[in-house]
Design a protein around this ligand. Sequence first.
Ligand code: ATP
Ligand code: MG
Length: 346
Amino acid sequence: MINEQVVRDALQSVLHPKLGKSLLDVGMIRDIIIKESAVTVTLALKSATSPLRKLFTAEIEKVVGALPEVVSVEVEVKVLSPEEYGQMFPQAPLKGIAEVNHFLAVASGKGGVGKTTIAVNIALALAGQGYAVGLLDADVYGPSIPVMLDLSHAMEQENDMILPREKYGLRIMSLGMTAGETDAFIWRGPLVSKMIRQLLDRVKWGTLDYLVIDLPPGTGDPSITIAQSLPQCSILMVTTPQEVALADVRRSISLFKKIGQKIIGLVENMSFFLCGHSSERIDIFGSGGGERLSRETNIPLLGSIPLDLLIGQGGDNGVPLLVSAPDSSTGRVFQEIARKISDQLG
Ligand SMILES: Nc1ncnc2c1ncn2[C@@H]1O[C@H](COP(=O)(O)OP(=O)(O)OP(=O)(O)O)[C@@H](O)[C@H]1O
Ligand SMILES: [Mg+2]
């Protein structure tokens, strides 16, 4: 007669190759359901595309299928949330960020919508409110913070920790500071993950109220690594008013939600053009997209940033708007967004 215990005994021989323990002992076997001679086993994995899925499934089918009376074996996969995964496989705490209070990652569904511009200026606005702020460039594929802040490549170390660079009152770290700006970063998943964890672990961020993180577009490996390493991280979503950007941002919002990330707000960038001397607003890319998205997703729209020539100039000459013109009308929009963020996070 098959029963759960018989199946459990058989599953003891299915080992996790890296941990050398059985999947049962690690907690990766969840439910075992037996209906007459059909057995369904639920296997918990970090992701549905885990490279170990095939191996584990084949092993489970083999050992359970070999039991007398078992006619069919089905393996169902349950994807673990970052919290569940973290509890099952506690990782050594990341030293560099031990004293960081809040994490704020700036994300978008699409490239070129102004994430880096917003990360830099929001970091500066938070610093302007008196907070201790760090800025991490997690865009490992195309780090642009060194250019936007005109930082050279020199890096200093103290014992085994890398010191962040200080500029405009921010503590800053970017992989672009470790390599030539023109180097192409073509890294595969596991290496990207390792690199980002190093930027959290080996950089001496010190005591910070906020660490602002500039993410590459979409929900690729860097975003997933941040989600897994910092489950408490808040996401600020950047979009432009066009429908295409909105479709991308919708997809990105649902993916971030799926991996358990909290999205604290939307920022609409390049919303309108403030025409020179008159105060007329010109909605170049259509209007109301950010508001519509906010109503639809229930995520607050924290602000709309106009197309402003000063932003583009600042991006090119290494002096961001919040340094060159903090009290300009666009500068005040950034300050208002930063205030809403600090009101929410404390
Ligand atoms: N509101 C704005 N007004 C004028 N120029 C802007 C504005 N926002 C961003 N830009 C300019 O647009 C360009 C792209 O911005 P940015 O690099 O911040 O985008 P991104 O989303 O970080 O891009 P990527 O996906 O490549 O990382 C930059 O040259 C920047 O100066
Ligand atoms: Mg960028």
